[in-house]
Ligand binder design. Structure first.
Ligand code: V47
Length: 445
């Protein structure tokens, strides 16, 4: 590994080479280094050691059943009070309609409605499961779980019993914000603190529910608070191993007047790379394109990230805060972003199982010069999830994340053989999906 002119980063490089665990000081050195390229080189090497050249994405939909919320977090432009003009409550029929497309994952998160009984939140999951039995439901943040338990005067375990019975299989990582009492008091006083957030995830892990973790950065938090946040997550992961992925969420300014300007692309890349190296027990680091924007998210795939999240359908939280990214992506756009970063796209499910790999086609033109991609028009994918040129990894026993260079070579070899995903209504991994509609692009509102 090349030497860095920054002596503190050089120490990190040597520790990573010796496989010594990084500490608080190393976290601070990474977040504050001017040698962003040197930092990216180490984080990238670590990413490649774990997942080779592969980068994951999922065909998913985000459902935000209501924005009505008892909380008044200063940073949140999504939440509304019941009488606000922009307040909304989705009906179960609307939810049913929104999840009928052939997706692998439905991500559910919304407001803490003062009048909705817990049963209503349970019905949301039942409706999704009934409408699309092939989709895996990743539902409700620790903040919502705590709200349900307090509202119903039942334990967190009982909340999980009901949600799991209704179809929940994984939990998203939202609501973590920054693990700092100072920031909580200043920005989201009414919301649970980090101890309760970690406790709820620990209970989930104890029940075999896998979860994610987020960090909201780029507002009033300090570098010390960011590093502490990551170290607290690492501590829980040491005990449970229940986290799938870490997702740094770049703060969108919206109407909040909290920060003068959004985090720069360099700041985003430093944060992603720091997470990859400090969170040595997290399998995946997600570059969430909705908050980062497509360009920075693509670059993050060379700075330690190995996942882009998904197609989404219609994103409301960041877009309420004026995010300039599109509200959804097609498979074509996601695979283009991944390929432009020199990576091989891997379609995964909500449980991070690999469904299909998209090897490079026999085409020497650069991705951005290929017309059908440059135009960004979706190629219709009626009723199927994997494109015909994807390799059916299940068929070849490659559905594992131990995808190092050898398996990348194997995928390239298979790509030249005739055993591709057959076109048709079934998806590669054999789980039947309902719905016939196109996986289409939606531009931002
Ligand atoms: O909890 C709210 C954050 C989160 C803003 O687990 C904001 O796979 C930036 O958690 N700017 C919801 N962020 C989104 C989330 C998530 C997203 C993608 C994948 C997963 C996963 C989880 O968004 C909230 C809050 O922390 N948020 N407002 C804002 N203005």
């Amino acid at each position: 590994m090349r030497r860095s002119n920054d002596p503190r980063l050089q120490r990190v490089i040597e520790k990573v080479a010796a496989r010594d665990r990084l500490d608080f000081e190393d976290g601070m050195a990474m977040l504050s280094t001017d040698d962003v390229v040197g930092l990216g080189r180490v984080a990238n090497a670590e990413k490649e050691r774990r997942t080779g050249s592969f980068v994951g994405f999922v065909l998913n939909r985000q459902i935000n059943p209501t924005n009505v919320c008892v909380l008044s977090c200063k940073f949140c432009d999504f939440a509304a009070k019941k009488t606000d003009e922009h307040a909304y409550e989705m009906t179960l029929a609307q939810i049913r309609e929104r999840v009928q497309e052939p997706v692998r994952e439905v991500h559910v998160v919304g407001g803490l409605h003062p009048e909705w009984p817990f049963e209503r939140y349970v019905e949301v999951l039942e409706t999704i499961r009934e409408a699309n039995p092939g989709a895996q439901i990743k539902a409700y943040t620790a903040v919502e779980i705590d709200f349900f338990a307090r509202r119903e005067k039942i334990s967190v375990e009982e909340v999980f019993d009901r949600l799991q019975a209704a179809g929940m299989v994984a939990m998203p990582g939202g609501g973590a914000e920054v693990f700092s009492e100072r920031v909580r008091r200043e920005m989201y006083r009414g919301k649970i603190g980090h101890e309760r957030w970690l406790e709820i995830h620990e209970i989930a892990h104890g029940r075999g529910i896998r979860t994610n973790a987020t960090l909201l950065y780029g507002h009033i938090e300090t570098y010390e608070e960011r590093v502490n946040h990551m170290l607290l997550l690492r501590g829980l992961q040491d005990r449970t191993g229940g986290f799938f992925s870490f997702i740094p969420l770049a703060f969108q300014l919206g109407y909040s007047n909290i920060a003068a300007r959004p985090a720069s692309a360099l700041e985003d890349l430093r944060t992603i790379a720091t997470a990859r190296l400090l969170l040595d027990n997290f399998a995946h680091i997600k570059a969430y394109w909705v908050m980062l924007g497509a360009e920075t998210a693509s670059m993050a795939l060379q700075w330690g990230a190995d996942d882009l999240d998904g197609t989404i359908g219609e994103e409301l939280i960041a877009h309420a805060a004026l995010a300039s990214s599109p509200a959804s992506m097609t498979t074509q756009k996601l695979t283009k972003m991944i390929r432009e970063a020199g990576r091989m796209p891997v379609q995964r499910d909500a449980m991070y199982r690999i469904i299909a790999v998209y090897p490079p086609p026999d085409n020497t033109a650069h991705w951005s010069q290929r017309m059908e991609i440059a135009n960004g028009d979706p190629i219709p994918l009626r009723g199927k999830v994997a494109e015909p040129e994807a390799v059916d990894v299940e068929q070849h026993g490659l559905h594992t994340w131990e995808l190092l260079e050898e398996s990348a070579r194997e995928v390239r070899r298979l790509a030249k053989s005739p055993t591709r995903v057959p076109p048709g209504p079934e998806v590669a991994a054999g789980v039947p999906l309902t719905g016939e509609s196109e996986v289409s692009a939606t531009s931002s509102p």
